[in-house]
Design a protein around this ligand. Structure first.
Ligand code: DC
Length: 220
């Protein structure tokens, strides 16, 4: 439904998009779309099926056979809870690889647009403002230095009981930035009409407050 407002929050991996988007959605009573989770589920499904992440047709045929469901805080793949499994670092890289395929992105488009329901939606990803919701009422490009993002990812992974090394994470983040921004299909980019919010020196609360202030300042 076009009249349903969308706040699009795009940015590189581990920039805090998810945390900020979820908090803004909760504060406004809006729905929340974690589009990265979709690409992560597809990546996980391909890895589990022993498929080739670089092969577009193979990824697409696996995608067309799986069943994806978001249930409150849980993400289900064929009915099984994969909320933690999709956050493992190898699956981050797998998600980035499957996201490079144009036909895979196209197959996931409608599923993302279906999240647009009253009273509104906060959507986080790489191409929310440019492709999925180009008519979003507020477009945010949330970013932070690669070092700050590696440190955040490190804390997140350790907190979930995964092993991690900051140096390896920094290298992986740089690689993923490069892959996500240089791909031909819907690359990560800051749209001309997006507002950049750099969270390198901002706390989570300050980042949320910045986005809320931008939303409240919109003309009614
Ligand atoms: O936001 P995230 O780190 O969970 O995303 C994981 C990967 O999924 C990311 O490296 C690229 C891909 N992705 C994408 O291509 N488009 C999106 N809208 C969201 C994620």
């Amino acid at each position: 439904m076009k009249s349903t407002p969308v706040i699009a929050i795009d940015g590189p991996s581990a920039s805090g998009k998810g945390t900020v988007a979820q908090a803004v959605a909760a504060e406004l009573g809006f729905h929340y779309l974690d589009s990265g989770a979709l690409y992560r589920i597809v990546g996980l499904a391909v890895v589990r099926a022993g498929g080739n992440l670089e092969n577009e047709s193979e990824v697409l045929s696996i995608l067309l056979k799986i069943h994806i469901k978001f249930e409150q805080a849980q993400v289900l793949l064929n009915g099984a809870d994969v909320s933690d499994a999709i956050r493992a670092e190898p699956i981050s890289a797998a998600a980035s690889k499957v996201g490079a395929h144009a036909r895979v992105r196209h197959a996931l488009l409608q599923c993302q647009r279906d999240f647009r329901q009253q009273p509104g939606l906060v959507a986080d990803g790489r191409d929310m403002a440019s492709v999925v919701f180009p008519d979003a009422i507020l477009k945010i490009y949330l970013t932070a230095s690669a070092e700050a993002r590696a440190e955040r990812r490190y804390k997140q992974l350790i907190g979930k009981g995964f092993n991690a090394s900051i140096a390896a994470l920094l290298q992986e983040i740089r690689l993923r930035d490069q892959r996500d921004s240089e791909r031909a299909a819907a690359p990560l980019q800051k749209c001309a009409d997006a507002v950049e919010v750099d969270t390198t020196h901002l706390s989570v609360a300050q980042s949320i407050a910045r986005v809320m202030a931008l939303y409240r300042a919109l003309p009614r």
